[in-house]
Design a protein around this ligand. Sequence first.
Ligand code: ZN
Length: 133
Amino acid sequence: MRSDGAARKKKPKKVVRVLVYWPAEQWDAMAARWPQFVPEYGDDHDTHRRMVEDMLRRHAEDSGATLGVASLTVDGLVEFAAAREFDAAGSETRAAYAAELGRAGTVTSWPPAQRQKCWCGSGRTYRECCAAI
Ligand SMILES: [Zn+2]
């Protein structure tokens, strides 16, 4: 197994910027539970996916941070909030949950190599999926 294009520069920066992503299979459950989230995330899943890719590209341009995508689940967010007595609907809670996933190492680093599976969970390669947006 070779690390396809995962350029090995000196030491990776420890700054990790993690963006929130709702995978396709979570989208409807998220929208049913928290309809107020939907406009913020782009009205439908396809728009959401494009928005996240676009935000990642912009962050990549203007910061040297290591970027990651935290794929949230409704159950995961509810459990995270309940354990800390946070409001599951609060935007700070989502940010804290994404940061927690980042610390736990359960985020997808971005960008994937062109021939790797896309970060969005489509099953296609990055090149044929979100890289083509
Ligand atoms: Zn994709």
